[in-house]
Design a protein around this ligand. Sequence first.
Ligand SMILES: Cc1cc2nc3c(=O)[nH]c(=O)nc-3n(C[C@H](O)[C@H](O)[C@H](O)COP(=O)(O)OP(=O)(O)OC[C@H]3O[C@@H](n4cnc5c(N)ncnc54)[C@H](O)[C@@H]3O)c2cc1C
Ligand SMILES: Cc1cc2nc3c(=O)[nH]c(=O)nc-3n(C[C@H](O)[C@H](O)[C@H](O)COP(=O)(O)O)c2cc1C
Length: 763
Amino acid sequence: MRAVILGGGPGGLYFAISLKLRDPSHDVVVVERNRPNNTFGWGVVLSEDTLGNLDANDSVSAAAIRSAFVYWDDVAVHYCGALARSGGHGFSGIGRQRLLNILQERARSLGVELRFETEAKDLHEYCDFDLIVGADGVNSKVRAAHADVFKPDIDVRACKYTWLGTKQKFDRAFTFIFEKTEHGWLWAHAYQFDADNATFIVECSEQTWRNVGFDTMSSEEAIEACEKIFAPYLNGNTLMSNATHLHGSAWLNFSRVLCERWSAGNVVLLGDSAATAHFSVGSGTKLAMESAIALANYLHSEPTMAKAFARYEDERRLEVLRLQNSARNSTEWFEDVERYLNLDPVQFNYSLLTRSQRISHENLRQRDPEWLAGAEKWFEAKATGKSSAVARPPMFVPLRVRGVELKNRVVVSPMAQYRAVDGAPTDWHFVHYAERAKGGAGLVFTEMTCVSAQGRISPGCTGMYDADHESAWKRIVDFVHAETDAKMAIQLGHSGAKGSTQLGWEVADAPLPSGNWEVVAPSPVPWSADNQTPRQMSRADMDKVRHDFVHAAEMADRAGFDWLELHYAHGYLMSAFITPLTNKRTDEYGGSIENRMRFPLEVFRAVRAVWPNDKPISVRISANDWVGADGVMPQDAVAISRMLVEAGVDLIDVSAGQTSTRAKPVYGRMFQTPFSDRIRNESGVATLAVGNIYEPDHVNSILMAGRADLVCLARPHLADPYWTLHAAADQRYGEVAWPKPYWPGRDQLVRIKSRNETLTGKV
Ligand SMILES: Cc1cc2nc3c(=O)[nH]c(=O)nc-3n(C[C@H](O)[C@H](O)[C@H](O)COP(=O)(O)OP(=O)(O)OC[C@H]3O[C@@H](n4cnc5c(N)ncnc54)[C@H](O)[C@@H]3O)c2cc1C
Ligand SMILES: Cc1cc2nc3c(=O)[nH]c(=O)nc-3n(C[C@H](O)[C@H](O)[C@H](O)COP(=O)(O)O)c2cc1C
């Protein structure tokens, strides 16, 4: 086969090597516009795993790469005058130039023809080759030539960066430096890549970049300005650029590249031309080189080029998407870093280390148990005002809100049971809530409990509007208080246009087959074409609803509830006022966000006035309608939360969606937690996070990174009422109160877990 590879970066060169290794009779040419010793960028980081893959593919070049590596273990973070250092991260770095030289030499020794200083302009020049590989990087011309087939999606990210080098030693740690200037924050990613040189990437927001005046400076002036800003860390050493042979500014915006397809006829994309991963996760070179192995493998194993391309794409796309996901989290963390710049250095460091969500609490424990124990102690001291000799998992650190002390941070999220009779909770509810309270969570929420018969979602929903509702709830709350140390919260709501529908396990959100009742809403907008059109609420209706909420709150207090939550999420009545998707009013309750919040705030204030001062109120909101700019977006949720907090709300319970049938939610592990993070850190309010959080590790990471103050788990508590007790046993945390009659069960569980650990060698 005659193959031409356009682009002699790590991807292109490594593919040439891999192809030749599989069949030396292939005629392989690499076309590179630069000279062999001319490249942009400084050092790159490769992991031990990647090196293992390279070793298996070509032990010769892997050995040369390994011998050129510098290793370091720590991550150091300079922030607000503090230096935080954690270990166990295990990096190895190599100069990009050195890597290319090793690959060039290896390719040449295998008989690859390297054509340097040759610009690939037109694919037609290469029509006599059987295979054309587009390994020409992020601005690929090959990709552009077949854009109609590859369908690239290029997302130019917000921050500005420049890739510099320095003789200053950063040989003990991968170092992040966050520096505040009069123009805004700038930060550097610095790491050693050979005995004498370190990479020094400077990054900042576009606004800061303009404020500093980088937009009008020459490269030399910009480097000088960076040297001044980072002088305390450079020890008199200069910053250096090797981008002088490149056209244009040395400042770039990172482009995230995705392509719908990676091949067109005999042309195939490889490395950055097909997909990029942000440099803050240091994986672009790894992706390019591992893709090179896969492509060479399949060209060798498959009977046709088309089949080889299909298998190559199948295998690599998954890995690329996984990495791009982590890279996106990491990119966004740096883009939004100003949000975190009020955090204590310990929490800031933790948030930085876990930014991509690839590293969790327990990963950090494995890497550096001492550092993590210190961070856990810091968390506890901050929450309780007392220092502790022994670290405990963040999920077991108490939280005080007003006069209520929660023993831990785990919350049983509100979950409708559809087992009420005329609004009254039954024995089902007694057993259900009693079990969850015995299961160890600090706070147990009731399901949405409706403030009137009309405000019920279904005929099976609980209410708080009749005397027998109050007494039935009181029986449950009394039991929980007498037999456990969990606190009980009631969630009060009104269904609005989503009322008069079937039970949860029947047809979701569909009207009843018979016996429907009238529903009301801010505007006559039905939930769907199948639902009844609600009656638009008059001011008198609003007075009645406000009164019902107040009345229900008074009953809830008498029933003994410790905590009250107003349900302003998921498309029910209050949420329907907040979102412009269902609030079409033209009076003072519709239009601007202030107008749409007017009635929900009025109800909250009226409830707060009767709810005892020492008991908290949280409000659950939908922080994203998942319909784009037509609905509530996460930035609007920050504004909504600020209004609620100004009115006196103690915590925001951050949910999302269920406000429109048009919603296109993006699900995933902890998928709503970023909204909680944003609200908490941009508006300084305490939050509850919820949504696909199911492991103790998730809970600890969320709390420790300051993404929420409490963590709600819904479905995990349906599967396991004792989720918290089991989580404690999993983490060898013995300070949780099991109900006395269950102590023998606790002891056996701990014994079994310890024995399993000994057997598996995990201690
Ligand atoms: C600031 C920064 C830091 C990074 N740090 C790391 C890291 O630590 N670890 C890591 O794994 N990755 C890192 N990366 C990513 C890494 O540099 C890329 O993902 C990797 O280089 C991709 O390899 P490639 O061969 O696909 O493309 P490239 O390395 O971009 O190579 C493409 C080659 O094609 C040549 N070329 C382009 N157009 C033409 C043309 N028309 N004719 C001839 N030749 C052409 C170019 O000159 C270049 O040599 C970083 C990236 C940046 C921007
Ligand atoms: C059966 C069921 C009923 C629910 N009922 C309510 C409810 O009454 N009020 C509410 O705010 N959320 C309700 N939710 C949403 C949950 O509180 C939670 O936000 C959602 O399930 C995501 O959390 P999870 O991934 O831990 O399940 C319900 C969820 C389930 C599964």
